[in-house]
Design a protein around this ligand. Structure first.
Ligand SMILES: CC(C)(COP(=O)(O)OP(=O)(O)OC[C@H]1O[C@@H](n2cnc3c(N)ncnc32)[C@H](O)[C@@H]1OP(=O)(O)O)[C@@H](O)C(=O)NCCC(=O)NCCS
Length: 253
């Protein structure tokens, strides 16, 4: 390893000079869940517990139109992930059909925290009546990096890889929602990547959300270079790409 790389090594042991974005595998799920718990410590899904999160991320991995990518340093573990899926209505239907698998973690969370019941009911309503989007729409459902690895370009690298993968799966648009208030950093992060703010809405009492969309995903500017045409449609992330996190511009999907 070059001296320059050693000098840039973060005390956490995660190399921020280079990292790899690759398709996640089932073996990554526990690290993904650990990052999720740290990055979203007070969020509803986290309060449902690690067993719920494991089920959720395994479901995305098993969904044939799911996109789960992880970043990892040369000699460190997973440092970040991004997760989403094409055809969100089908994904949420799948989640609903698999409700028995989620029941145990949800019931045990409710036994620990009965006050979560209202949130569970409203989440069930959202799963049962997801937003209708035109065909070829992809939802980016979560993205997070190790807190100690943030501000090094990993999030940017992950999201651009996600967009390239969505495009390789024939997506025309990608949407996401994030908290509108007290969350300016993250809103700025999405705007910086090229997402357009489309609406502000009330998800539940006093929780305002922003919706962001990239509508013209076919435009090359969102992927830096064209996704390798040597890979069949849908083979997103079968290859991994090493990149310098500050200059990440090429992806292989
Ligand atoms: C959002 C998140 C994924 C960004 O990852 P990251 O690796 O820190 O982001 P990057 O280093 O690639 O930053 C990219 C750009 O986003 C913007 N940005 C990111 N964090 C920012 C902050 N705290 N303040 C201001 N701008 C910020 C900047 O424009 C930055 O570019 P710059 O570093 O050249 O100034 C990460 O902060 C995170 O995991 N947050 C907690 C989980 C979360 O809220 N996820 C999103 C909701 S689903």
């Amino acid at each position: 390893m070059s001296q320059a790389m050693s000098l840039n090594r973060h005390p956490s042991g995660i190399s921020h000079t280079t990292a790899m974005v690759r398709k996640a595998t089932p073996a990554d799920v526990s690290e993904i869940v650990a990052i999720h718990e740290k990055a979203f410590s007070n969020f509803f899904a986290t309060r449902l517990g690690p067993a719920f999160l494991r089920k959720y991320y395994r479901l995305v991995l098993s969904y044939n139109a799911g996109i789960m990518l992880v970043s990892e340093g040369r000699d460190a573990g997973v440092s970040g992930f991004v997760c989403g899926f094409m055809d969100p209505v089908t994904f949420y239907r799948l989640m609903w059909h698999g409700k028995l698998g989620f029941a145990l973690p949800v019931i045990s969370a409710l036994l620990r925290r009965p006050s979560l019941i209202h949130r569970v009911v409203s989440a069930i309503q959202r799963i049962q009546t997801p937003l209708e989007w035109p065909a070829r729409t992809c939802e980016l459902s979560s993205i997070a990096v190790e807190p100690e690895a943030s501000h090094n370009g990993l999030g940017n690298a992950l999201i651009r890889a996600f967009l390239a993968c969505a495009r390789s799966m024939n997506a025309r648009r990608v949407y996401l929602t994030t908290d509108a208030d007290g969350n300016e950093d993250v809103n700025e992060f999405y705007r910086g990547v090229g997402f357009q703010h489309t609406r502000r809405f009330l998800q539940r009492e006093s929780r305002w959300m922003n919706e962001y969309v990239i509508n013209d995903l076919e435009a090359d500017r969102f992927c830096g270079t064209k996704v390798s045409s040597g890979h069949a449609e849908g083979e997103c992330g079968d290859s991994s790409t090493e990149f310098s996190t500050r200059h990440a511009r090429r992806w292989v999907c």
